[in-house]
Structures are given as C-alpha cells and as structure tokens.
Design a protein around this ligand. Structure first.
Ligand SMILES: *Cc1c(COP(=O)(O)O)cnc(C)c1O
Length: 392
C-alpha cells in the first residue's frame, strides 16, 4: 500500500490538541445579537460578536426584502461586468458622503478589500511598513504585494521613524495600520503616523474595521476622532461589523478608486455581493447617522466594564474601547476561564495563537450597544469570583 499523502494531518491536528490550540466550530441557533443567543445547546449572553450597534439581526429587514423582491438575490457577475447594480452604486455614493471622500469602492469583504488594495498599491520595488499587531488581512495583503515588509513593534513610532529614515530608494512606500486593534482594543498612534507619512512622503492606509460606527463625532472612526483624516490617503472599512451586514470598502480620492477598479484583483475577479447586502448596509449607515446615542451608550458601558475589570486586578492591556481583552497568557488557563464563564451563561471566547502571539492568550470581550447594565454586571460578578479564586 502506498503511504497516505494526507497522514501528516493526523499528526498536526494531534499536536494542536496537545497544545490546547485546536479550534472547533459550533453552530449558532437563531439570530446574532447581544443575547441570549442559542449556542452549543445553551442560551448565552453574547460577548463575542462584532455586531457593535446591534444591527446584524434586524433593522434592515424591510429594505433587504424589498430589494430581493425587486432584483432577486444573486448578482451573477463581477462588478466590472454586469454584477454592479443600482443599490451598490447608491451605497458607494452614500459611503463617500459619509466618509467625506471623493469616492468609495465596495468589496465582498473587508478581508478582500485589504488584500487587494495593498497589493494594488505596492509591488516588488516598494516597501510596506506595518504594525506587528495588524489584522491578518493586512499582513496577507503585504505578503501578496511582494513589497519589502518592514514590521514595527506594536505602536513603536521611534522604530518606524528609524526605518523610514534608513532608505528612500524604494519606488513607493506605504504605511498601513489598524486604527483600533482587534484583539487588544487599543488605538494606533494615528497623529504620529500621519506626521511620519507626511515627513517621509509615504502613503498612509488606515483600516477602521472596528471603529466605524463607534468612534468619531459622526461615527466615521478613529481618524475622525483624532482629526487626522486629511493626512490619511486610503481608509478601509467593513460593512460586516458595526454595520451588521457583509462586505468591505475603501474610501479615498477618485484616482485611488479608479486605480483599484483597474488593479484590485479581488474586486475584478470575484462576483459582486448581492444587492440586498448593500441595501442592509445603507439602512445601517442611516442608523449610524441618525442615532449617535448608540455609540455614546456603547462607549459609556465599555468604560464601566474596563474600570470594573481593572479594579478586580485583571490585565486589560491598553484597551480604550468596546473591545476589552483579559490577558491570561497561557492557552489552557484561557480556555478554562472561558468554559467557567460559559457555565455562568456568558459567552466570552478565548483567543489563542495564531490570532495572538504565543504567551499572549486572552479572553476577548466585545460589547454591543444592546448589552444592558445588568449584562455587564453579571460578567463582572462572574469574573470577580474567579479573581478571588486566583488570588486566594
Ligand atoms: C474583521 C476585520 C477585517 C475583515 O473584515 P471582514 O469584512 O470581516 O472580512 C479587516 N480588518 C480588520 C482590522 C478586522 O478586524
């Protein structure tokens, strides 16, 4: 018998098991929401979604159904051919008005937007400068571009400055960062990044995936919050998190968008998302604009949670947002605490490598506008019990 060429999978999966690093999937029953949601046969208050404004399950239903009645479901072709419909166009225009940019371009996901935008902006003769904690889609886009990759330690502007000063014989240079880091919930030093980009004539691209709809006076994100929008050349957002739908977008100048239409391969060689998804995002954008109290309330509750956790002695890293990590380090301990919380009716996922570096496992608490003060108190009470056990 010839050897099974897939035998190595058994060994690799067993190794993941041994290190408490194997991921197993569960089916959510019923709608997404702050909870309780049906999960793993239980009803759990949900601290694990990115549906920050509570728009994923409802809100846009009427607009979605109307769109489906009008144009059906599938879009049937690339947006460059016949896949791009009137609702896609309306959403791109609404996003451009919202973001205050000349144009925007819709992608089928935020992942696809990062991947192809970076690869369209930089190539072999170029350099990309990226934060060590950037999202996987940014890292993958940088790899795909073939550009020289200069990774700077998380938030280390002195390191970045030295690297930028070292060489300028690249054809083009691109600095790229998350605005709100997805695991630690902390902010990129956007004002410093904008200053460095200007000083060294580099392009600056900022991914607002977790900040859109939550930060900034108008809800545009942290570039707005810190007043640096004019220094950021390429802004990326997702429709899949606070906007409760599915898709990604890039906002910038008309020339930038034209270039991406011609060069972003995940835009060109992939079918346009259903128009109904764009209709849902349009509705959600309306909520972001007309109900600023959703983000105010979310941010106030997040501050209460962070203060409560810090009082109990947990390490919440540098979180400044509605994403609140409890850093535990070890995967076994992290998954055990996640299971204890589940026994208390609380869904808080443990995050392990490769989503975080080895030794930096954490519980990732993500809050929604829909959580009540009581939900947050329940979580704090459950963790207080464990903090007592840990210290005692
Ligand atoms: C989630 C996320 C993405 C990907 O967005 P999707 O629309 O879910 O594909 C991109 N960047 C960051 C920082 C993210 O957290």
């Amino acid at each position: 018998m010839p050897a099974d060429p897939l035998r190595w999978l058994d060994d690799e999966l067993a190794a993941l098991d041994a290190g408490e690093l194997r991921r197993r999937r569960t089916v959510r029953e019923g709608p997404q929401g702050a909870g309780p949601i049906g999960w793993n046969g239980c009803n759990l208050i949900n601290f694990s979604s990115n549906d920050y404004l509570g728009l994923a399950a409802s809100g846009a239903l009427h607009a979605v159904l109307q769109t489906i009645e009008r144009v059906g479901w599938g879009s049937g072709a690339s947006p460059l051919v016949t896949g791009r419909g009137a609702v896609h166009d309306a959403l791109e225009q609404a996003l451009a008005r919202f973001e205050g940019t000349q144009a925007t371009l819709l992608f089928s996901s935020g992942y696809a937007a990062n991947l192809s935008t970076i690869a369209a902006l930089a190539g072999k003769s170029d350099a990309v400068y990226l934060d060590a904690k950037n999202h996987a889609s940014i890292i993958d886009g940088c790899r795909l571009s073939g550009a020289r990759m200069e990774v700077y330690p998380h938030g280390d502007m002195a390191f970045l400055q030295r690297r930028l000063a070292r060489r300028d014989d690249f054809r083009r240079r691109l600095i790229v960062t998350d605005s709100l880091f997805s695991m630690d919930g902390d902010f990129a030093p956007l004002a410093d990044l904008a200053e460095l980009a200007e000083r060294y004539a580099a392009m600056l691209m900022v991914d607002e995936a977790h900040a859109t709809g939550v930060f900034g006076q108008s809800g545009r994100g942290l570039c707005e919050e810190f007043g640096v929008e004019s220094g950021v050349h390429i802004r990326v957002g997702t429709l899949s998190k606070a906007l409760g739908s599915m898709g990604g977008f890039v906002a910038g100048s008309a020339q930038l968008i034209d270039w991406l239409v011609n060069r972003a391969r995940s835009y060109i060689f992939s079918t346009a998302p259903p128009e109904a998804l764009a209709a849902a995002a349009l509705e959600a954008l309306g909520v972001v604009i007309s109900e600023p109290e959703r983000r105010t309330i979310l941010r106030r509750r997040a501050a209460v949670l962070r203060a409560g956790l810090q009082d109990q002695g947990w390490n919440t890293a540098l979180s400044n947002s509605h994403i609140v990590p409890v850093v535990l380090g070890d995967p076994g301990r992290t998954m055990a605490l996640s299971r204890v919380l589940q026994d208390h009716g609380l869904l808080v996922p443990g995050i392990r490598p490769p989503a975080v570096p080895h030794g930096e496992c954490l519980l990732r608490i993500s809050l929604s506008y829909q959580h009540s003060d009581q939900d947050i108190q329940r979580l704090l009470d459950a963790l207080a019990e464990q903090a007592g056990r840990r210290l005692g």
